[in-house]
Design a protein. Structure first.
Length: 142
């Protein structure tokens, strides 16, 4: 009876320590800095082919709802430096940074990567947008 109470108390203490550690480190990067809680997305014109009677594009409503979820990184943290930039303002070297990430992704991760960029407020360079669409259509055709 006594050994089981000691074991139960030990499990409780370990659980408490883990819970405190999680509360202290949640919302911080590997260096201990607080992560941003809000992502600013640059204003974009509505590209939806709809009736035009909406105040907000349906795709923007979906995107805003998804922003509340956690952001997934695809080993592309260096792209955060491009947040808030226009899709036509990238140099060739900067476009190559995006291209390197795009072509190293698994085909199943490409659409999630684009969604991650949008959530982080990063506009995909215009030439790569067309390449991404082409790659996604190749994966969906039988």
């Amino acid at each position: 009876m006594i050994p089981s109470l000691i074991l139960l108390a030990l499990l409780f203490v370990v659980g408490l320590v883990l819970w405190l550690h999680d509360r202290r480190t949640r919302g911080r990067d590997s260096e201990g800095n607080l992560l941003p809680t809000q992502v600013n997305i640059p204003d974009q014109t509505c590209s939806d082919d709809c009736c035009g009677t909406h105040d907000v594009c349906p795709s923007e409503q979906i995107l805003n709802a998804e922003l509340k979820r956690d952001i997934t990184y695809y080993d592309d943290e260096e792209l955060d430096a491009f947040a808030g930039r226009d899709s036509n303002s990238y140099s060739e070297a900067e476009i190559e940074q995006f291209r390197d990430v795009l072509y190293t992704l698994l085909p199943a991760d490409r659409i999630g990567w684009e969604r991650s960029l949008k959530r982080r407020g990063i506009a995909l360079p215009q030439p790569l947008r067309e390449e991404l669409i082409m790659l996604l259509s190749e994966n969906t055709t039988p």
